[in-house]
Design a protein around this ligand. Structure first.
Ligand code: SAM
Ligand code: ZN
Length: 274
């Protein structure tokens, strides 16, 4: 991380003027608003009270365990190939989690940089640890983003909330927005056993409709397979997603002994900025 590369992504969350390095671990705008950069190298630009919290350390640990076992590596490779086709110099991941997809998708090149953004400071901290060309931002996708207009060549949004108007503003003209959402059959076996929360059935239709005014759908890839998981892997899979809030770690640890075959199914959409 350098203050310069981090600041090049950012605008002031108060007055929307660009942020610039303003001293030791400090970014500031020309109106005099200033913000500390964390010693670990990321910046928190959340303002005001929050209704939502990001993923906890326990969820991120579960996500790390599950992803590092390789179960979603076909998805990671598909994302990497789509991003490589764009050759972005600035890659933004909104809702970056542990940085698993961002780290893999970042193209080579000293001047190619990425920004991992998440509501969870622990997530951002882990993401920037994974790569020296990745900067980190704690911000809420539901607020006006503290990101400059047209700053990203490509935006990644994997199993994370999105903001169509803000994604359009921060993406350069004709840039690619890559969105991954679960299919209705995703984790079907866990839902049938009451171990995973119900999912919106028409997620993909809702997504394309919500983006249609600002993006046109360029590609749609569907991936579905059944994976054979060990009981601890089932626990990690439950613990890393929204079901962690509901099923709870204790329930998850007791129940999944019998469940081994689990459907994992995703829609991978490429949307081109209008
Ligand atoms: C299901 S996880 C996906 C993480 C990562 N993209 C992956 O697939 O491994 C959703 C992520 O979105 C983040 N998140 C939730 N609400 C958010 C918000 N309002 N603004 C920004 N990030 C948010 C969570 O902290 C979490 O890291
Ligand atoms: Zn300002």
């Amino acid at each position: 991380m350098s203050l310069q590369t981090l600041s090049e992504w950012l605008r002031c969350p108060n007055c929307f003027l660009p942020l610039h390095p303003g001293g030791d671990l400090l970014l500031r705008c020309d109106r005099g608003h200033s913000f500390d950069v964390n010693k670990r190298g990321f910046i928190n630009l959340l303002t005001g009270p929050r209704k939502f919290i990001g993923d906890s350390a326990a969820m991120l640990d579960a996500r790390d365990r599950f992803l590092l076992a390789g179960w979603y590596s076909p998805l990671r490779d598909a994302i990497r190939a789509l991003v490589a086709g764009e050759s972005p110099r600035r890659l933004l991941d909104v809702g970056c989690g542990t940085g698993y997809y961002l780290g893999a998708a970042l193209p080579p090149g000293d001047d190619v940089r990425a920004l991992g953004m998440d509501l969870s400071p622990i997530a951002v901290s882990r993401t920037i640890r994974s790569h020296d060309r990745v900067d980190g931002l704690v911000a809420d996708v539901w607020s006006p983003l503290p990101l400059r207009d047209g700053v990203a060549d490509t935006v990644l949004n994997v199993f994370a909330p999105r903001n169509a108007a803000e994604f359009h503003r921060v993406l350069r003209p004709h840039g690619l927005l890559l969105v991954v959402v679960p299919q209705p059959t995703h984790l079907r076996e866990l839902r049938e056993s009451g171990l995973a929360v119900e999912m919106q059935a028409d997620k993909a239709a809702h997504l394309t409709k919500s983006l249609a005014a600002r993006f046109h759908l360029e590609s749609h890839d569907q991936r579905s397979r059944i994976v054979e998981l060990s009981p601890p892997e089932v626990v990690s899979l439950i613990g890393m997603g929204p079901s962690a809030y509901h099923a709870g770690a204790t329930a998850a640890e007791g129940a999944p002994d019998l469940i081994r075959d689990v459907t994992v199914a995703f829609d991978i959409f490429g949307f081109r900025r209008r």
